[in-house]
Write a protein that binds this ligand. Structure first.
Ligand code: MEV
Length: 442
């Protein structure tokens, strides 16, 4: 296939975009057009709202929106909204929530809520001279020049917390940073932070240019490379935990309480010391976190990036969760760095996000942080519980059964047959195909 580049694609109507795509890449096959158009919503306003979330929208991409009930979090009983396509995630969360329901539920603590951003710049100057300029002149100007931008945020109790000059010249010639910390209250704050930082870049340029203590050569060497928030927020962190007596740690797989606690702790320790396992372990945690992040209209790429950077903070990729089994008490917790908002972004626009927020009792950003950490911890508990007892495939394949049957075009009667057939057996792809063939040839 060797196609010509398209001019003005974004200016075409939605119909024209679809026709162009189908004609150019799909041999004009109208079945492909139907695949796209069948998802268009009849409610024109609702469709327009979704179209306008992004650029060049040609259809809607459905994702299951499920509910994991029975989450007791800091004494409140919540039903968590989860947008996720992986079949076993909601089931695992629900099961873990139920397990901890009669054991006091999940407890959370907000450890800090500080967000960060940087102005990255190059300046050929003696670091001490720059530090003096920063402390006695620039810092005040940076704060003054952003007063208009920060006014609303300050009224809401947030704003710029501090600005520091960081000398990075040992790592890159003439490289310095203005490192700013922010409190963005109930918003994720990306636009607010980036606006402040871009103003810092401008102010820095002006102040260096007008300062008599810098030589012309030094002034000419200044390059503002970029101004951008950091998605790594190690000081925006929430702890979620569960604990109970080991004697109360009853698992229904037949394993003893002590063996369960021991194996579970071993599994966490393995993830703490072994990056191969830690990656999968943390992926499972993020199954729970991201599903709620998406359902509440937040940015799952940001939460993923932050979680994995934090998992490497000590120089080696490790587990986000931890476990102790001291003095007969099983304790399992997560420290999750996560920056989310409950105002701004999609939160007031997407109808399902509005629903999620209402369902969660209109949480503050801090309450949402707690809910997300709990969702991640619960997911990890569910995964490890299966892994150290029955193995993951039993539950996973049970949930996946309908995907396999749908792929095979199974009828409702056939599906019912399979539910009974696999009641006390582990589902496997091979077994489903064999049984379906047997059924159909009968
Ligand atoms: C699958 O999406 C996630 C798990 O692999 C997580 C884990 O192994 O802990 C089950």
């Amino acid at each position: 296939m060797n196609h010509q580049p398209v001019e003005g694609f974004s200016k075409k109507t939605k119909n024209d975009k679809v026709d162009w795509l189908v004609n150019t890449y799909l041999s004009g096959n109208q079945e492909f057009k139907n695949i796209l158009t069948q998802y268009w919503n009849d409610d024109k306003d609702l469709q327009k709202l979704h179209d306008e979330f992004s650029e060049n929208t040609i259809s809607n991409f459905y994702m299951p929106y499920g509910i994991a009930p029975n989450f007791l979090i800091d004494g409140k009983l919540l039903a968590l909204p989860m947008a996720v396509e992986e079949s076993s995630v909601v089931a695992a969360a629900s099961k873990a929530a139920k397990f901890w329901l009669d054991k006091g539920g999940f407890k959370t603590t907000i450890i800090n809520t500080e967000k960060l951003g940087h102005t990255h710049f190059i300046l050929n100057v003696e670091p001490h001279k720059l530090l003096h300029f920063f402390n006695f002149k620039l810092k005040k100007k940076l704060l003054e020049s952003t007063e208009a931008i920060t006014a609303n945020m300050r009224n809401r109790g947030g704003g710029i917390l501090d600005i520091k000059l960081i000398d990075k010249t040992a790592e890159l010639k003439n490289y310095f940073q203005l490192k700013a910390s922010f409190n963005t209250v109930d918003s994720m704050g990306a636009n607010f932070i980036n606006s402040c930082l871009e103003q810092f870049g401008k102010t820095l340029k002006e102040e260096v240019a007008n300062d008599v203590d810098f030589s012309q050569e030094e002034k000419d060497s200044l390059q503002i490379v970029m101004n951008i928030l950091s998605n790594f927020t190690p000081d925006c962190i929430v702890r979620a935990e569960v604990s109970c007596k080991i004697v109360d740690l009853k698992d229904d797989s037949g394993i003893s309480n002590e063996e369960f606690a021991w194996k579970f702790k071993q599994a966490v320790t393995i993830a703490e010391i072994e990056p191969y396992r830690a990656t999968t372990h943390n992926k499972g945690i993020m199954n729970g976190v991201d599903a709620v992040v998406i359902a509440t209209g937040n940015d799952f790429r940001a939460t993923e990036a932050c979680a994995h950077a934090y998992a490497s903070k000590d120089g080696k990729y490790s587990s986000l969760t931890h476990c102790t089994t001291d003095n007969g008490i099983f304790r399992f917790w997560i420290d999750l760095p996560i920056s989310v908002g409950v105002v701004g972004g999609l939160t007031n626009l997407h109808p399902l996000v509005k629903f999620s927020m209402a369902l969660l009792g209109k949480p503050s950003a801090q309450e949402l942080m707690s809910i997300l950490a709990v969702s991640g911890l619960a997911q990890n508990f569910g995964a490890l519980r299966s892994l150290v007892t029955t193995g993951i495939q039993k539950g996973h394949m049970k949930m996946h059964l309908f995907n396999i049957l749908n792929q095979m075009g199974a009828t409702e009667d056939e599906k019912q047959h399979f539910v009974t057939y696999f009641k006390d057996k582990t589902v496997s792809h091979h077994e489903v195909i064999a049984e379906l063939n047997r059924l159909r040839t009968e």
